[in-house]
Design a binder for this molecule. Structure first.
Ligand SMILES: [Zn+2]
Length: 232
């Protein structure tokens, strides 16, 4: 493994902010006042990866105030994750966010770890706990967190279903996004929001969809067939 290099220091957080705030004031004098009047009203709820290269407000050019965010390793929405469930409930029920997106990305370390585990000769999907990182404690947080994605990676390996990608990492990344969308659609929050929408409430959730951000190309692309609307 190559040695990681950290070019900045902690003081760069504040100096970077000062430069940004000054620049923002110059080009958009009312920007900061508008952020608090009357409150935040984001259009999107973004479930993405913690990866530092996939910074939602920057890569979409939308800036602060537009995207409500939950990011974690490998952009997962686990059905028993009280953090993700709370973010979803607040965004949909209180902020009335119309669009939820799940965004995976190329070169995802979490996806690569799951794929590597599923390819190990001794990997048995029936084993519990599911061990993605054999050098860690089997019950370590990362092993618990990546378990469902690793089982997904294994099921894709043994599946004969046709797929869009010959690259197994791209295939897993896309399938992982679709699995999180299913998990989101199965929440009480979304079921209730869809039901409201069907009974004529305009100000509730309109869509859930999946994207892949290609880090090297800098492009955000919607996954074909990922779009979900309220079922009729
Ligand atoms: Zn990632």
């Amino acid at each position: 493994m190559s040695e990681l290099t950290h070019k900045l220091t902690e003081s760069d957080l504040v100096s970077g902010n000062q430069e940004w705030e000054k620049h923002k004031h110059e080009i958009e004098p009312d920007f900061f006042r508008a952020q608090v009047a009357p409150s935040q009203a984001p259009t999107f709820l973004w479930f993405g990866c913690s990866d530092s290269r996939v910074a939602e407000a920057t890569i979409t050019g939308l800036g602060p105030g537009v995207i409500f965010v939950q990011r974690n390793i490998a952009n997962q929405f686990l059905p028993d994750d009280i953090n993700a469930l709370s973010v979803l409930a607040y965004a949909v029920d209180v902020l009335k966010v119309p669009h939820v997106v799940v965004v995976g990305h190329t070169d995802c370390g979490g996806a690569r770890a799951s794929l590597g585990a599923a390819r190990r000769e001794d990997f048995d999907p029936a084993d519990r706990p599911v061990v993605t990182l054999p050098n860690e404690d089997p019950e370590a947080p990362l092993n618990r967190w990546l378990a469902s994605q690793t089982l997904l990676a294994h099921s894709l390996q043994v599946s004969s279903k046709p797929h869009n990608h010959s690259d197994p990492l791209a295939r897993l990344t896309e399938a992982n996004v679709l699995m999180q969308i299913d998990n989101i659609c199965n929440t009480e929050t979304v079921k209730k929001a869809w039901a409201k929408r069907n009974s004529g409430h305009a100000h509730t959730l309109e869509s859930i969809s999946g994207y892949i951000y290609d880090i090297e190309a800098g492009k955000l692309l919607r996954i074909e067939g990922s779009l979900r609307h309220p079922p009729h």
